[in-house]
Ligand binder design. Structure first.
Ligand code: RTP
Ligand code: MG
Length: 138
């Protein structure tokens, strides 16, 4: 058994479009366990911590602005290899080319929106998950 925990965020676009339930349904259908869940309106400081690895990149400021545009749903999710598994459910970063069957591929709207608006976040390693869970579930 490789039970792990990961941080999933339903980002502001997912919450605003009323897709939280549909996204949770996919997570639950896969068999992952909700350990904790909360609605969070993050301030800039929390987002600077969360996205520290992207500081200085061209999309950093637009990303922070977008993430402050409304609340996100933060989920502490547990399951066998859930870190890799959730990222597989989410699909690749850009919703325009994310595969059908994935959250981003099925729900990501291709109407010229920035890549930032890709509905969900999932930690990418055990180290990231531990770091990010501490930021969102303090
Ligand atoms: P995430 O961290 O949100 O699960 O997504 P990811 O690993 O697939 O993407 P990452 O490279 O970590 O980027 C974090 C978030 O930044 C936005 N982004 N915009 N070229 C761009 O405009 C661009 N690239 C990345 C996305 O919101 C991405 O999820
Ligand atoms: Mg990432």
């Amino acid at each position: 058994m490789a039970t792990e925990q990961t941080l999933v965020l339903v980002k502001p676009d997912g919450v605003a479009r009323g897709l939280t339930g549909a996204i949770l349904a996919r997570i639950e259908a896969k068999g992952y366990s909700l350990v904790d869940i909360r609605l969070v309106d993050p301030d800039r400081e929390r987002l600077e911590q969360h996205y520290a690895e992207h500081e200085g990149k061209p999309f950093y400021e637009p990303l922070l602005e977008f993430m402050m545009s409304g609340p996100s749903v933060a989920i502490r999710l547990a399951g066998n290899r859930v870190i890799e598994g959730f990222r597989s459910l989410a699909g690749t970063t850009d919703p325009t080319t994310a595969a059908p069957g994935t959250i981003r591929g099925d729900f990501g709207r291709d109407w010229g929106l920035a890549v930032q608006q890709n509905l969900v976040h999932g930690s990418d390693s055990v180290e990231s998950a531990n770091r990010e869970l501490a930021i969102w579930f303090d």
